[in-house]
Design a protein around this ligand. Structure first.
Ligand SMILES: O=C(O)C1=C[C@@H](OP(=O)(O)O)[C@@H](O)[C@H](O)C1
Ligand SMILES: C=C(OP(=O)(O)O)C(=O)O
Length: 447
């Protein structure tokens, strides 16, 4: 896990144009869910294109600790032999969630409706993140918790079976909270319902259905209502994981910013609940073309051809925030090079990710010479009009706070800066995108 890796500083400097074709690793959200649902199906689920990042490996280790077989074949296919809904085993040791909020919150949902007790631990970043948002609904379902102060990790969860089905309206727009309740509902007799005032990524709904759960989505008074029938029997699946749009985002912005670039990123997942960044960048003037749009594993996918473009500032509609919640760090970088001002609002959730991404990016971009104003719920960025940023001073480095997306976003800023940008620690990148630096070297012809 990244918390045990020594810090690995690196300076990112102006490369040649980004050209050719690259393929980013599999989608993180879909990879986590493939392992979890595979571990609850009876029989063998096969997954190709699984993201082999530390976050997903933490999920795999936890599912093994609760009885599933999760193995990587030599051909890169993952084989998961599940225990069946209701049959998770008592883990013998604490479940180490590393840096991964998704692993923690979704697995809390699974454990909550099984008659087992689990201790959840994580790294320094994860141990600061709020878990009250899942403790609350899962307590209503009958699970009990002993959490660290502030509803944080480490925490002990005592699950219960039978659990109580609930109807829960999400107080924050969070796919992790939605998924935790739906996963708890899998082993709960009756109907468990989640009401989403603001739609969030829908991979759990799509995949639960794909695995054979009875799940209905309807709309009532402008809200999404998701109802799952409990005591489900899941059937093993063959899953092909599309490329992660959240990882592709770094290369899309890099190609827009580095002069002369013309890059194709193959096989990018474009689920509408995930893909808003690409629309915002197009509104800013970004030349991003979709090639060969197709469907893979029930998800829309395309190759993205991205060419260097002059960008203009925009006001980002807060309604699109959930559909690009992880992409703001790199959007802020794009905005720093645009002509004019970019305004973002409604980003309160960014303060409780792996780091406080509003403050972390304001500080990092300011150090690299950008003009940034921090507000409670977003950033206002005055762009350079296309000129390079100065970059970080020789003796200074950007602080990533154990946050992979800060590290990668500022690496991209370095590519378009006079003096480059030094990032204090690139180790967290391995949580979601272990091949980031290799792909960057290959796209810029420096490998
Ligand atoms: O459900 C998921 O797979 C995720 C949901 C989002 O978190 P929130 O639900 O906390 O917004 C996102 O930031 C995270 O990277 C992955
Ligand atoms: C917020 C993220 O992940 P998680 O919540 O799973 O740690 C992310 O990948 O940007």
């Amino acid at each position: 896990m990244s918390h045990s890796n020594p810090p690995s500083p690196k300076r990112f400097e102006r490369p040649g144009p980004l050209t050719g074709r690259i393929r980013v690793p599999g989608d993180k959200s879909i990879s986590h869910r493939s392992i979890m649902l595979g571990a609850l199906a009876v029989g063998e689920t096969r997954v190709t294109g699984l993201l082999e990042g530390e976050d997903v490996l933490a999920t795999a280790a936890a599912m093994r600790a609760m009885g599933a077989q999760v193995e990587r074949g030599e051909d890169g296919t993952w084989r998961i032999n599940g225990v069946g809904v209701g049959s998770l085993l008592q883990p013998q040791q604490a479940l180490d969630m590393g840096n991964s909020g998704t692993s923690t919150r979704l697995l809390m949902g699974l454990v909550a409706s099984h008659p087992i007790t689990a201790m959840f631990t994580g790294d320094a970043s994860l141990s600061k993140r709020p878990m009250g948002r899942v403790i609350e609904p899962l307590s209503q379902m009958g699970a009990s918790f002993e959490a660290s102060p502030g509803g944080r990790l480490p925490l002990m969860l005592r699950g219960i079976s039978p659990a109580v089905p609930i109807t829960y309206r999400l107080p924050v727009a969070s796919a992790q909270v939605k998924s935790a309740v739906l996963l708890a509902g899998l082993n709960t007799a009756g109907t468990t319902t989640v009401i989403e005032p603001v739609p969030t990524r829908d991979h759990s709904e799509r995949m639960l259905r794909g695995f054979g759960a009875s799940l209905e989505v309807s709309e009532e008074n402008g809200e999404r209502v998701i109802a799952i029938q409990g005591e489900a029997e899941l059937k093993p699946q063959g899953i092909v994981v599309p490329g992660d749009p959240s990882s592709a985002a770094f290369f899309v912005v890099a190609a827009l910013l580095v002069p002369g670039s013309d890059l194709v990123i193959e096989n990018v997942g474009l689920n509408p609940t995930r893909a808003a960044l690409f629309d915002v960048l197009r509104d800013m003037g970004g030349n991003i073309e979709e090639l060969d749009r197709r469907e893979i594993g029930g998800e829309p996918v395309a190759d993205l051809r991205v060419r260097h473009s002059a960008l203009s500032g925009v006001e980002v509609d807060p309604a699109v925030v959930p559909a690009m919640v992880d992409e703001f760090p790199v959007l802020f970088v794009a905005a720093s090079f645009a002509q004019g001002t970019t305004t973002t609002t409604g980003l309160e959730e960014l303060r409780v990710k792996e780091s406080d991404r509003i403050t972390a990016m304001a500080e990092a971009l300011t150090l690299a010479g950008a003009r940034v104003e921090e507000r409670e719920d977003g950033l206002v960025i005055h762009g350079t009009g296309g000129d390079p940023l100065p970059g970080t001073p020789e003796d200074a480095e950007v602080t990533t706070h154990l946050d992979h997306r800060i590290a990668m976003a500022m690496a991209v800023a370095g590519l378009a800066s006079h003096n480059g940008v030094t990032v204090d620690d690139t180790a967290p990148i391995a949580t979601s995108f272990p091949t980031f630096e290799t792909l960057l070297a290959s796209a810029s012809g420096t490998s």
